[in-house]
Design a protein around this ligand. Structure first.
Ligand SMILES: Cc1ncc(C[n+]2csc(CCOP(=O)(O)OP(=O)(O)O)c2C)c(N)n1
Length: 669
């Protein structure tokens, strides 16, 4: 492609100076990356990227992901210049309270920001999910309609992080040729030169993953364009373009040093930089008219492209009634009102079973009703029971499949699922053993910050795993996942709860849900006549009333979650039979939902004066803030052991009998 180099350079200088001015005004931020990467990103934005700034959520737009989120002034400058709803006043409010220009990009806050980035590596991995999403949409609705490309700016830090290796390996395997990484190869990171710790051949590594790899001078716009042309002509391979740049380009005293990475340049150095770049040294936040005119002409073309797409889409919609309806429902992430009853119907006949199996049954029904429900496990679906039967495996030969084989790559699995969720066209799910949630926790946290609807499924949820021993037995995990704000943690106890927990997750569109299931069989539960399945949506409900309820308030409320609910009922029955106590059992599959209930509802479950005990096969820390500091928490505050689960339950005090004894002693004390 032939470029208008002069105007592109003016654009790049505008981006550079806006970025350093904003960082200076905020007195914090990262000027080095915008200064270094402005040339190659200007080429990309002006000449390649397809988008409509007036319709930032246009579904077939190209995605630009700034994985190195610390360099966000580059992105904000581009968004402002290219006409997104990001006025100059927002650039001037960079990093300030209530601005839409936060210190790292946040999805849903700033129009045009595709992914929340900042934790290095996440954006690189999200991009693989975004690219996969494009392929999967194309396979369902046609490549004429869905052919967007994903361009990701990755930095040294992104490529040092392990998650990018997992994701890069998957992208190569899946042959995602709609994905282009532009590597800001400046050989400097925060603490110094990459020579200190990062000397591998990135190019060879990505070649090994099956990527098409090129290198260029990232300040030579024509070379950059040639590489982009080549990358976009590739079939069957994602692309890596190593753009050799100077961190802090233009700054006479700080470029190519780590000093330019993460601190304002300082007023004098900014002047010197502007002089060096041929810019008026006293002008701040300057966007010259010629630059505005150049961009306006580019934007006009881009808007035309998006309008043309909309025209083709209308034609397609009128001749593809049913499919168009499906797409609409998929994009709305709509849940068929019949789904709840269909889910409950499979659990009509109570039976003793592991909740992972019950979850597996639920997944089959959901997949029938929810077209955007796709996902898979980290090489564990025979154990997690998460495969969609007859759904087909997603591969480069079959992007129409529903089952994604993430391989043993938990961290990338989480980030890829988030990438799918960012397109708002899927309700993705992931699956692995609960103990390995630690391996994907960074992605879960970003999913929660970004209000993504993703379902993180975990099985093998306690010491009951048994023979595999302490490395495979979650202890702190359930409670520690509850610590993540804006994420629901659901741990159902039987089929009815499994059905309703899935329903809660599928209808919760503004944050992820974590679903936690047992490996071992659990008893089916008997419920009072007053029970309605919707009670599960309240997070906690009365599963068993106290026997003396008619004559007095229950003296004890015993709370349990998931696999401990059955044992709690047993213990309560024994306490009532042997001790004449009145024990109300509360099943609490979701603390977050329960906490949001009214005081009156909470008082029904926990009548004034009743003593409260809770049993969960996990750490006890945390229960006092949920149930009050006088509550007795029966849990496990040490690692498990290798032995059959039943033996461990006896040794660790999780049988009905042992729970009863603990509580009886506590009541008497
Ligand atoms: C997971 C993670 N670890 C650490 C950081 C803190 N951090 C922010 S930028 C940075 C250095 C990144 O260097 P590089 O990626 O080369 O960016 P550049 O210096 O080119 O701007 C570090 C360590 C982070 N943001 N994310």
């Amino acid at each position: 492609m032939t470029l208008d180099i002069k105007n592109l350079q003016r654009l790049a200088t505008t981006v550079r100076t806006l970025s350093i001015d904003a960082v200076q005004k905020a007195n914090s931020g990262h000027p080095g990356l915008p200064l270094g990467a402005a040339d190659f990103t200007s080429v990309l934005w002006a000449n390649y990227l397809r988008f409509n700034p007036k319709d930032p959520s246009w579904i077939n737009r190209d995605r630009f992901v700034l994985s190195a989120g610390h360099g966000c002034m580059l992105l904000y400058s581009m968004l402002h210049l290219f006409g997104y709803d990001l006025p100059m006043s927002q650039l001037q409010q960079f990093r300030q309270w209530e601005s839409i220009t936060p210190g790292h990009p946040e999805f849903g806050i700033t129009p045009g920001v595709e992914c929340t980035t900042g934790p290095l590596g996440q954006g690189a991995a999200n991009s693989v999910g975004l690219a996969l999403s494009g392929k999967m949409l194309a396979a369902r609705y046609g490549a004429d309609l869905f052919n967007y490309r994903v361009f990701t700016l990755v930095s040294d830090g992104d490529l040092m992080e392990g998650v990018s290796a997992e994701a890069g390996s998957l992208a190569g395997h899946m042959q995602l040729d709609n994905l282009v990484y532009m590597y800001d190869d400046n050989k400097i990171s925060l603490a110094g030169e990459t020579e200190l710790c990062f000397t591998e051949s990135v190019a060879k590594r990505y070649e090994g993953y099956g990527w098409f790899v090129q290198s260029c001078d990232g300040h030579n716009m024509q070379e950059v364009a040639q590489c982009l042309d080549q990358a976009l002509a590739q079939r069957g391979r994602p692309s890596l373009i190593c753009c050799r740049t100077l961190l802090g380009f233009g700054s006479p005293n700080k470029s190519n040093t780590h000093e330019a990475h993460g601190a304002p340049l300082g007023a004098e150095e900014i002047k010197a930089t502007k002089r060096n770049l041929g810019w008026p040294e006293d002008a701040q936040f300057l966007v010259p008219e010629d630059v505005q005119a150049f961009i306006a002409a580019r934007v006009e073309k881009k808007v035309e492209e998006s309008s043309a797409w909309k025209g083709s889409f209308s034609t397609w919609r009128s001749s593809n009634g049913e499919l168009a309806k499906q797409l609409e429902s998929q994009l709305a992430r709509a849940i068929d009102p019949k789904l709840k009853d269909e889910l409950l119907a499979i659990f009509k006949e109570p039976k003793k079973d592991a909740t992972r199996n019950l979850s597996g049954a639920a997944i089959q029904v959901i997949a029938k009703y929810v077209p955007g429900f796709v996902g898979g496990s980290a090489d564990l679906d025979p154990s997690t029971k998460t495969a969609i039967k007859g759904g087909g495996d997603v591969s480069h030969e079959n992007f129409a499949g529903k089952n994604i084989h993430f391989g043993v790559r938990e961290h990338a699995m989480g980030s890829l699922a988030n990438g799918l969720a960012y397109t708002q066209a899927w309700i993705p799910y992931t699956a692995t053993f609960l103990v390995f949630s630690d391996y994907m926790r960074p992605a879960m946290r970003v999913g929660a910050i970004s209000h993504l609807q993703a379902l993180y499924i975990f099985t093998h949820d306690s010491f009951w795993v048994g023979e595999d021993g302490p490395t495979h037995e979650p202890i702190e995990h359930v409670m520690s996942l509850r610590l993540i704000p804006n994420m629901r943690v659901l741990r159902p106890a039987d089929g009815v709860e499994v059905a309703m927990c899935y329903y809660a997750a599928l209808t919760h569109k503004h944050g992820p849900s974590t679903l936690i299931f047992s490996r071992q069989n659990l008893p089916s539960l008997t419920r009072p006549a007053s029970f309605s399945p919707d009670d599960v949506l309240k997070g906690g409900y009365i599963l068993k009333e106290g026997i003396l309820k008619e004559s007095s308030q229950p003296k004890l409320v015993l709370v349990a979650t998931g696999s401990e609910v059955g044992a709690a009922v047993e213990a309560a029955t024994m306490l009532e039979a042997e001790g004449g106590h009145s024990v109300q059992v509360v099943s609490m599959p979701c603390v977050e939902l329960f906490t949001a209930q009214s005081a009156a509802y909470k008082a029904e479950l926990f009548p004034a004066g009743a003593r409260i005990a809770v049993v969960e096969a996990g750490v006890t820390l945390g229960w006092s803030s949920i149930l009050g500091r006088d509550a007795l928490a029966i849990g496990i505050d040490h690692y498990g052991a290798s032995a059959p689960g039943e033996i461990l339950a006896e040794k660790f005090g999780f049988t009905g009998q042992a729970i009863k004894e603990r509580i009886a002693a506590w009541i008497e004390s």
